[in-house]
Structure formats: structure tokens, C-alpha cells
Write a protein that binds this ligand. Sequence first.
Ligand code: UTP
Length: 291
Amino acid sequence: MKITKAVIPAAGLGTRVLPASKAVPKEMLNIVDKPAIQYLVEEAAAAGITDILIITNRGKEVIENHFDYSFELEAGLRGNPAKKEIYDEVHAVADLANIYYVRQKETNGLAHALLKAEAFAAGEPFAVLYGDDIIIGEDPAAAQLIRAYEKYGKCTVGVNECPREEIHKYCSLDVTPLEDRVMTVHRIIEKPTDDEIMSLFAILGRNVLSPEIFDYIRATPPNPKSGEVYLTDAFNTMAAEGKLTAVNFTGKRYDMGDKFGIMEANCEVAINHPQIGEKFKAYLKELVKTF
Ligand code: UTP
């Protein structure tokens, strides 16, 4: 079955990037000239996705406005031949995909957020693009996972190797290779201690899931410390049953939920930007001489 649906969970609190995320959702924080979430919708569309569910919460109405036509703004631009290019670009944002919204209502974690996507999935597999993980590369990360899902028929998680000193913030996977960049996952340990590190592969930013994920989430007990159900725990049960594949995706990942990640994304996108790239590079070269 061709995968045409994607879910973007964007209902987190974004506490790590406060106060920037106080009134502006972190998914709407800028990367040069587009909000982060537009990169996700563009990636999904480039991977063949036609329908996207964005999981939001209070205060995220600006996301809906961004993916809608903006009548007054566009009327002004349309009447000005010098602004045709910008008009085309602004107008096209609303046509990237059919976008639907549902509110999570309570911020109970990513697994809880995903349960809100069950009616939208309607028994079909779907891609998940975490709202704060931007991946930029020639081959859309979502497309790489979709190909693995279509080939192996199992829930597929996107992974990358993390630096050893950072893996304790993520999770560590026990894997065996299936083919270049594709692996079977046997076990996952969330936030591993040094002794528990099985590999430096951690789940980051993208999944392709079959609808059975909803039953796995419901069957997963909440973490006793946080009271939240961890998606990683549901994945771990799947892995133990031989039902989980991982793709070591290509492309550079930027964590927009982290102050440093936001700066990396802005710097690197600016360097390659067709309008400002050369000027920004020259500026950076001068700037580094000063420290
Ligand atoms: P994070 O854990 O990175 O988001 O979730 P957060 O909760 O906003 O982070 P901090 O720690 O407060 O800074 C990964 C993705 O899952 C979404 C987030 O919006 C983000 O895109 N999410 C998280 C939800 O949709 N609902 C939740 O309850 C939690």
C-alpha cells in the first residue's frame, strides 16, 4: 500500500527554547526565511505524502494560518508585478498538502499525542515527522523510511549515530544489519547509562508506522517517574517481537527544540541560500577573525 499520510506532532511545550517559544510555537521558529514546520511539510510532500495531520495544542493557531491562503497579504502582492516571485512562494505554501489538525489537549508526551492520529490513519500506515526535528538532505528522510517500510513491511524508525557523550540523552539500539543503512532492531534502552550502550544508534525524528502501533501504545504502562507512556517503550516491545526495522537516514538533522540546534540550522541553511548564501559566507569569514 502506497503511504500517503503523515503525522506531525507539534503539541510539546518547547521548554528548552523558552522564552522564544512562549508565544510562538517552536515549530514556527524561523530557519532563515521559513518556519521550521514548513521544511517538514515540504519533506513530506517530496516523499509522496498528500495528507498531513498536525497535532497541536492551545496557542498554535499560527500554524494553521501559515498553511492557509492569506487573502489580504496575497491581494497586495498579486497587484504588484515586482512582487510576483514572493507572491508565488507565499501562495504555494498553502498547496503543499491537505493539512488537518487535532488538539492533544493535555501535554502527556509523544506517544499520547500519536494516539490522536488513530482516526486520521484509518487503518493505513503513516509517516511521523517530529515537529522539532528538521532533516535537510537530497533524499528526503521520510522517503528513505517509506522505502524500507514498503520493502520489509515492518514499523520503521529513523536512526543516526550519536556522539558517545550525547547518547545518554536519547536511546541506544541493539541492531543487526539487513542491507546498507537498514537494520533489524532487537532491543532499545531509553537514556542509557555508559554500561547500557549497545550501539550509538538512537531514534531521531522520523518513523513510518503501521496502525498496530496504537495497540502497542495502549498496552504500554506509563513510566513510573514521569507518568507518561514512552513511545520508545512501545517500540521496544515491537523490537522484542521482531517487528521493528531501523533506517540510518542520510541528511543533516537539526534539533529545533534546542538553542544550539536552532543556530546550526540557521547558519547552515543561510550558507547555502540562493539569495544570501555568498554574502553570509563572506560575513562569517570576517566574523571568525574577531575571536
Ligand atoms: P519533545 O520532547 O522534543 O518536545 O517532543 P517538548 O516536550 O516540546 O520538549 P521540551 O523538553 O519541553 O523542550 C518531540 C516532539 O513531540 C511533540 C513535540 O512538539 C515535538 O515535536 N510533542 C511532545 C507533542 O506533540 N506532545 C507532547 O505531549 C510532547
